[in-house]
Design a protein around this ligand. Structure first.
Ligand code: C2O
Ligand code: CU
Length: 521
């Protein structure tokens, strides 16, 4: 009797043990499998997606045997033909993709980064980082066509730093992504960025080393590129960089209103830069306005509107153009709340107005104009479908973002050739909005949820893709390199919402991790 019972207990124990192993075995395997190597090249991440292009340069190498939707490729390729780079004679390191090295700089500036405690004008102290002693760093001004040269010196930021030129289609070597286009700049070192300011508009710069932490704590600033022609008399220009320091909402580093002088009848361009992790609404009290530009690109024939809000994507910019009332009354440009930019001369007493219930839809704003290419005859078509599922990310259990069903780092590498017309469908089934940012290119929005764009060309580098939304965008692959294509809610990037666009034949000598401690997210 006793013996039987004991045997039964033993059997139950054995079964429980087997069940545990059956359950934990795969979990342990998944955990182990998710661990990232100490150092890796993004070229070796995930699987190549050729966007349906049947021919590509060097078709015999590396990933050509993988079908576009290979489901079970390894996270990292270790074969002789590893990586997505085409190992042909034409392979070229991205370090050679620079502005003309013989050309002298038109705008030259040195930025010294420090780890520093600094004070907001209200007295609140922030433990963060500065550039030339302040955060945000200085506004860099250039006119179109000028060569901008920025020497970045790291005086005391322990993790190392970089600068990324958000929205500027720089040569790849100047893109500032640690572990992809350069090594993080360690304490006591410097790095020089050179690029031609090819487009007039509002841009910004920020660190792309441990960016979720370094951007939040202050390594950022504005970059304004103005047209070559002098602005007509009677126009004014104001930068309004929105940033959250330890929970304090600031404009140009100040809590509360920023005042800017504008005379009656004057036309003012307020350049709103959203450096936060989420979108923000902007609206105007006291005058009608036009949305003159988005993400550094002028809109075509934007109509004057009133009682309408504009949403600015995280990482995105919106240039609000206001014509000052002739009677001298001030105008309030609300940025995310009651505070904002107050434009005036005699008085700055502009009352706050509530956020309008109408939001400007850029899908139908402005009037059509030629794109300069035909998006209906693409050379490549990509999907960028964002989902979410439980699993391990570098050994950490959690519910992580997926791209086309794959979890980082087993994500697609979007491969293009120079000159390709590329279409991409971004679908968000992840339950949270994502401000998607492609480096090095501007893309035009073709449709949202299947509804075609009917307004002026809506060019973006940062696009809010809301929950359940889908966008079709298109761009011309005209800037060779290896470019991040990620969520600009920067904590989401650390949670794996990062992929890359890579040009055939371009390679990088840099690795994420390694002795330089490169951590782009
Ligand atoms: Cu503004 Cu990859 O970043
Ligand atoms: Cu996101």
């Amino acid at each position: 009797m006793n013996g039987t019972r004991r045997r039964g207990a033993r059997l139950r124990l054995a079964l429980a043990g087997a069940a545990t192993i059956a359950l934990l075995g795969p979990l342990a395997w998944m955990w182990q499998d998710s661990l990232m190597p100490d150092a890796y090249s993004v070229m070796d991440m995930g699987y190549a997606d050729y966007g349906g292009a049947l021919t590509h340069v060097g078709a015999t190498s590396g990933h050509s045997e993988h079908s576009e939707h290979s489901e079970h490729s390894e996270h990292f390729e270790h074969s002789e033909h590893s990586g997505h780079s085409e190992h042909t004679a034409s392979a070229r390191s991205l370090t050679s993709l620079t502005a003309d090295p013989d050309r002298a700089a038109d705008v030259a500036i040195t930025l010294v980064a420090r780890r520093q405690r600094f004070r907001l004008p209200t007295g609140r102290s922030v433990d963060g980082y500065t550039l030339n002693g302040a955060s945000p760093g200085p506004v860099i001004h250039a006119t179109v066509g000028q060569l901008v040269e920025v020497r970045l010196v790291n005086e005391s930021v322990p993790d190392g730093i970089t600068l990324h030129w958000h929205g500027v289609d720089v040569p790849n070597a100047a893109d500032g992504v640690a572990g992809v286009t350069q090594d993080a700049v360690g304490v006591g070192r410097s790095f020089t960025y050179r690029f031609v300011a090819g487009q007039a508009g509002t841009f910004w710069y920020h660190s792309h080393q441990v960016s979720h932490e370094q951007v939040r704590r202050g390594l950022l600033g504005a970059l304004v590129v103005t047209p070559a022609a002098r602005p007509p008399a009677g126009t004014a220009d104001v930068v309004a960089l929105l940033h959250l320091y330890d929970g304090a909402r600031t404009i140009n580093g100040r809590e509360g209103d920023v005042r800017a002088e504008a005379r009656p009848g004057e036309r003012v361009r307020v350049r709103v830069i959203n450096t936060e992790n989420g979108q923000t609404p902007v609206w105007v009290g006291g005058a009608p306005f036009r949305l003159a530009a988005v993400d550094g690109t002028d809109l075509h024939e934007p109509a004057s509107v009133r009682d309408t809000a504009v949403t600015v994507t995280a990482g995105g910019r919106a240039d609000i153009e206001v014509t000052m009332p002739e009677d001298g009354s001030p105008v309030r440009v609300h940025i995310g709340g009651p505070a904002g930019v107050v434009l005036g001369s005699r008085s700055y007493d502009a009352p706050a107005v509530p956020r309008p219930s109408t939001t400007l839809d850029l899908l139908s704003y402005g009037t059509p104009a030629p794109l300069g290419f035909d998006p209906d005859r693409p050379d490549r078509r990509f999907d960028y479908e964002i989902g979410r599922r439980p699993g391990f990310l570098d050994g950490r259990p959690g519910v992580w973002w997926t791209i086309n069903g794959h979890m980082f780092p087993d994500v697609p590498m979007f491969v293009v050739a120079k000159g390709d017309v590329v279409r991409m469908r971004i679908v968000n089934d992840s339950g949270e909005p994502h401000p998607m940012h492609l480096h090095g290119h501007h893309a035009v929005v073709l449709s949202r949820d299947g509804v075609r764009a009917t307004g002026g060309p809506w060019w973006v580098d940062s696009l809010e893709v809301g929950t359940g939304e889908s966008y079709d965008i298109a761009f011309v692959a005209d800037n060779p390199g290896i470019w991040m294509d990620h969520c600009h809610n920067l904590p989401h990037a650390t949670e794996g919402l990062v992929a890359h666009l890579m040009y055939e034949g371009v390679t990088t000598p840099f690795t994420v991790g390694g002795t330089g401690g490169n951590k782009p997210e």
